[in-house]
Ligand binder design. Structure first.
Ligand code: MG
Length: 269
């Protein structure tokens, strides 16, 4: 079986240090946490930025500082910049971080609900972000909150706005979106085009079980405080511990970990 890519999503847009002291917020905190997670086996960093007040932002200066700190430390982790809906409304605002030419950017190919807001990605905006990534040779990771997003991505590929093999991340367990169940995982897995590369990102108490199922199916895994502030019932997570646990499970399953140098090959970029 292919080596396992562990993606670390340390911050997201929702967790605050009032909710958990372990969430990195400033560029320095984020970079230091990513370096520690890389050392535990994470190969990809899914990065959201926060402004000086800790609010979600897609402003280029914050992403630039995180990338600069990683670079300065010589950390080779593959960087993926979020273009998610909570970071801004216009396509231009959400694409700002892409100007930094990360290897990858996130791309939601449809709309869904977050617990208290809309994950708004209208067709025109999706096309704009896809085109921006295509022109800059940035690998889009398609964030799948709903099966329609897989089919939308296949259509965008036919229209020449996405290049195959497509890279998907199934997001399961967001309140208002697809629940984190094995049935939903298998349904999405069955809906993939044949050459797809995919991972899961599971929110809530099923995150370990469904991550292990994905690993057994040949999928990859994303972990991090963006998705789960809890490591287990009542125990707050650290990003490092979440990476370490998946790395240990992979080891027990006999699946080697991918390093950043393997990612480009596995993604077929
Ligand atoms: Mg995200």
């Amino acid at each position: 079986m292919e080596k396992l890519i562990i993606t670390i999503a340390p911050t997201g847009n929702v967790p605050t240090q009032a909710m958990t002291p372990h969430v990195p917020i400033t560029p320095l905190e984020i970079a230091e946490d990513l370096i520690a997670c890389y050392e535990k086996g994470a190969a990809v960093a899914h990065i959201h930025a926060r402004d000086a007040e800790g609010a979600p932002t897609c402003e280029r200066i914050y992403f630039a500082e995180i990338l600069r700190l990683l670079d300065e430390a010589g950390c080779p982790i593959v960087t993926q910049i979020s273009t998610g809906a909570r970071g801004g409304t216009s396509g231009e605002a959400r694409a700002e971080g892409l100007e930094l030419r990360p290897l990858s950017g996130s791309l939601s190919t449809g709309s869904s609900n977050f617990p208290a807001s809309v994950n708004a990605n209208e067709p025109k905006l999706v096309e704009y972000l896809a085109k921006t990534m295509l022109e800059q040779n940035i690998k889009p990771e398609i964030e799948v909150f709903d099966a329609a997003m897989i089919h939308n991505a296949i259509r965008l590929q036919k229209e020449g706005l996405l290049k195959g093999p497509l890279l998907f991340n199934f997001v399961l367990g967001v309140k208002g979106s697809l629940p984190a169940t094995p049935k939903n995982l298998f349904f999405l897995y069955d809906s993939l085009p044949p050459d797809a590369v995919w991972s899961v990102s599971v929110i809530g108490p099923q995150h370990v079980n469904l991550s292990v199922m994905a690993m057994a199916l040949g999928g990859h895994v994303r972990v991090g405080i963006e998705d789960n502030i809890y490591y287990s019932k009542g125990v707050l997570a650290t990003n490092e511990a979440l990476v370490e646990r998946i790395a240990a499970i992979a080891n027990a399953m006999g699946r080697e970990l991918a390093g950043p140098e393997d990612v480009v090959r596995i993604w077929g970029r």
